[in-house]
Design a binder for this molecule. Structure first.
Ligand SMILES: [Zn+2]
Length: 297
């Protein structure tokens, strides 16, 4: 199941007040494939969406769209067959079906509570949202430019900032900001989906931080290993040249600890030497060893 269908399924399970039910049905109709005197229909890959569309219209208008399945592209089409029935459905929502351009009739969105329901209906008919694990992208798409702008204005009023783009004879409102997607989902009433987006975002942050941390650690380890190799090389050289025994006792102690612990960091060396020599003392002596070895060349 895609994230879009998860969201739609959640929206379809909501219990709505009568005013909101009307607004939701209006959203379904207006953003379906057609909403005019000659055609009212929704085309979808999912039978349950076609059924929800049909059921909602039946409840509001008493007229039940007929669902047909075309086996070829696995599409389900819910449509109202006759001119007379279409005229009745259009009338219920204050449309004649002859409006050019097709516009949003705000009278169908009575109260503030109905905004979210209308948006949910529109989303079920024409919306998509990418799974937050991949990226943040939500889109509402319609062939009607004016209608698309009306939806944009409505969403702006709710501080849901969308961008408009046109592509292949379709107009889309899209959102790429995760917080704004969360707001739209919340406004529509998809609480579970909102939590999923928020949860995924936190998970991504944790993984990013862990990766950053691991990179940092790797860089530190690489530096320690390089320095240690040079130090051990120096100690070997001092031994070979017979200069090792003339080192002071503390430096000898540090040298032996380094030979025995090739990848220990300075802090680890401090622990190995049981705190007898400080970190900076160890560092100082290791540098001295490298310098003395250089001098014997
Ligand atoms: Zn309402």
């Amino acid at each position: 199941m895609t994230f879009s269908t998860t969201v739609k399924t959640e929206l379809m399970k909501r219990e709505l007040e009568p005013c909101c039910k009307k607004a939701m049905t209006y959203g379904l109709l207006l953003f379906g494939k057609d909403f005019s005197a000659s055609s009212i229909r929704l085309s979808t890959e999912h039978r349950y969406i076609a059924e929800y569309y049909a059921k909602s219209i039946k409840e509001q208008t008493g007229i039940e769209p007929i669902i047909t399945a075309s086996g070829k592209n696995k599409k389900y089409v819910a449509s109202i067959k006759t001119n007379q029935l279409r005229a009745k459905v259009l009338e219920c929502f204050g449309h004649t079906g002859k409006e050019i351009p097709l516009r949003l009739n705000r009278a169908n969105i009575q109260d503030e509570c109905c905004f979210g329901a209308f948006l949910a209906g529109a989303f079920i008919s024409c919306g998509t949202v990418t799974t937050p694990e991949k990226n943040y992208h939500m889109e509402f798409s319609t062939p009607y430019q004016r209608l698309c702008k009306d939806l944009m204005n409505l969403m702006n009023e709710l501080d849901l900032n969308t961008k408009l783009m046109s592509r292949d004879y379709a107009y889309s409102l899209y959102i790429k900001n995760s917080e704004c997607i969360e707001d739209v989902l919340t406004t529509m009433g998809a609480t579970q989906a909102t939590l999923k987006v928020m949860g995924t975002k936190i998970q991504k942050d944790i993984i990013n931080n862990a990766n950053r941390r691991a990179n940092f650690d790797n860089a530190n380890i690489a530096r320690t290993v390089d320095a240690s190799a040079a130090q051990r090389e120096a100690i070997k050289r001092l031994r070979k040249k017979g200069a090792f025994n003339s080192l002071d006792e503390t430096t000898k102690l540090v040298a032996v600890a380094r030979e025995e612990n090739p990848i220990a960091s300075l802090s680890e060396m401090e622990t190995i030497l049981e705190g007898r020599i400080s970190r900076s003392g160890i560092n100082h002596r290791l540098k001295k060893i490298v310098r003395l070895a250089e001098d014997t060349k």
